[in-house]
Design a protein around this ligand. Structure first.
Ligand code: NAD
Length: 492
């Protein structure tokens, strides 16, 4: 079978997958939010050291249940076990290590400079937890995304109300179960509200801050709802990663990077390679290597470690992927692979789209599936121009042996996450802010600011000496005072 789903196949798409979670009644969402609010009032009084120790304790318990956890993620997503361990569990561990090791430095009061005219005062910034943080998360990394963000929000002193994707709710419920069972936290400090966008909307109504990860389309709705309540809202949205391969690129590394960068997580990664621009001189050599690498990928759904590729997670995604492949074919691309192996379980074989053109939908819309389009370009400048010809700007990469030139060209790429001879590793380097330009998001997770964003900054100005003297700018106003303050201001 090749390309588009047959009519009866379309009806069967995803029919052998577990159904999406039912909506928690909105009244129960409100109850959970109330409990979270009460729990946070206790939690914020724990010292930072206590919070860090308890979060570490929770992580140890979760690790002790690793096999069961991996099995739950496997069942919900069909991912290879190696991928769950490496990309999700190890990813969370690196995030946890960064925030637990650095929390004291990041969240301690920060002394602020003050003008000379106020030398007799103390100025500093305190970081005060926001309260209840609502996390609304997608299905592609059901462990890494919610847990990594929950850890940061909790360490900063907040409660967490998590609305996971309705397609990957069991993973979130497993996390909640272990969290509760540790007995280390006030009751209800982290809780899960299963369901679809209706529940998501209620979570926005009940929270003091929203961190949303998902599509650009939904992100816009979430931003509107948050604006209505005037609560801060950080948006981590879709991507259309352009990978640029210059003619002096290390070809083997570039080909392997393209294949992992696209087919890891079966292509369902926001920072995954969505399109490749290759200089014409090496187009044949590069695509040959890529085709060789793709041919070696092992696809399977049995739980196990020695598999590279699983299935898709979300039924509609398969329809999108098939439609984009069909569009590319109709516009003259050569497609290798992309066979619908098992529509009922959303299995599609990896697809290469050769001779891709910028006007094809697969080069313009987020594919979010195992499809790698490769286009030939005449010069690096053309590649950069085409790379930037997108409303999205999450990740981009460039491959060349000339690091200086590559880094210079990369400075012209409109994306929040740049890889030079590298890609998709930013999430694990938690000291780097993670987020997108343009329609790929607003705000950043991770880094020092990504922990502070879960707090409100509180600016403190404390008068020190002389204890009882009034300020020269207070009442009563006189001309002499005006001159004195102006003179002191000039000196400052
Ligand atoms: P989605 O936008 O369909 O759903 C995301 C979440 O929002 C789900 O939990 C969903 O139930 C909820 N939701 C839906 N409507 C809502 C509403 N009106 N109000 C509140 N919540 C609502 O996205 P998806 O299909 O689950 O995930 C795939 C998308 O996520 C892709 O576009 C991908 O690029 C993006 N993503 C981005 C990042 C990043 O860090 N930038 C990471 C992973 C995935």
């Amino acid at each position: 079978m090749n390309g588009a789903a047959p009519a009866e196949g379309a009806a069967r798409i995803g029919s052998r997958l577990p159904p999406p979670a039912k909506n928690l009644p909105l009244e129960s969402v409100r109850e959970k939010a109330g409990l979270a609010r009460d729990a946070q009032k206790l939690w914020r009084r724990y010292t930072l050291t206590q919070r860090v120790e308890r979060v570490r304790g929770f992580w140890r318990e979760l690790q002790a249940s690793k096999d069961r956890l991996v099995a739950v993620v496997q069942r919900e997503t069909g991912k290879p076990a190696t991928e769950i361990e490496v990309m999700e569990l190890c990813g969370v561990e690196l995030i946890l290590k960064y925030f637990t090791r650095n929390a004291h430095r990041i969240l301690k009061d920060q002394a602020a400079s003050r003008p000379w005219i106020m030398m007799n005062k103390k100025a500093y910034v305190r970081y005060v937890p926001r309260g209840v943080v609502g996390l609304i998360t997608p299905w592609n990394y059901p462990l890494l995304i919610p847990l990594g963000d929950a850890i940061a929000a909790l360490i900063a002193g907040n409660a967490v109300l998590l609305k996971p994707s309705e397609w990957t709710t069991d993973t979130a419920l497993f996390i909640e179960g272990v969290f509760k069972a540790t007995g280390l936290f006030p009751e209800g400090l982290l809780s899960v509200a299963p369901g679809d966008g209706t529940v998501g909307s209620e979570v926005i109504r009940q929270s003091d801050m929203i961190l949303f990860t998902g599509s650009t389309k939904t992100g816009r709705l979430v931003a509107q709802a948050a604006a209505e309540r005037l609560i801060p809202c950080v948006l981590e949205l879709g991507g259309k990663h352009p990978m640029i391969v210059l003619k002096d690129a290390p070809l083997d590394r570039a080909a392997k990077a393209a294949v992992w960068g696209r087919f890891a997580n079966s292509g369902q990664t926001c920072v995954g390679v969505e399109r490749v621009y290759v200089e014409a001189e090496i187009y044949e050599a590069f695509t040959e290597r890529v085709a060789g690498e793709v041919a070696m990928l092992r696809q399977g759904l049995e739980p196990g470690y020695d598999v590279d590729l699983g299935r898709l997670i979300y039924p509609r995604q398969l329809e999108t992927v098939l439609a984009l492949i069909d569009d590319a074919k109709a516009k003259g691309a050569r497609v290798i692979g992309g066979e619908l192996v098992d529509p009922e379980r959303l299995v599609i074989s990896p697809a290469l789209v050769l001779d891709a053109k910028q006007e094809m939908r697969v080069m313009r819309e987020e594919t979010f599936g195992p499809v790698l389009p490769i286009m030939s370009v005449r010069a690096p400048e053309e590649a950069v121009r085409l790379a930037n010809d997108s409303e999205l700007g999450l990740a981009a990469s460039i491959f060349s042996r000339d690091l200086v030139r590559a880094e210079t060209l990369a400075a012209h790429l409109e994306a929040g996450l740049i890889g030079v001879n590298d890609l998709m590793g930013h999430y694990a380097v938690c000291s780097l802010p993670f987020g997108g330009f343009k329609q790929s998001g607003v705000g950043r997770r991770h880094s020092d600011d990504g922990l502070r964003m879960f707090c409100q900054s509180q600016s403190v100005l404390a008068h020190e000496w002389p204890a009882n003297a009034p300020e020269p700018w207070w009442f009563p106003y006189t001309e002499l005072k005006a001159k004195l303050v102006a003179w002191l201001t000039r000196l400052s």
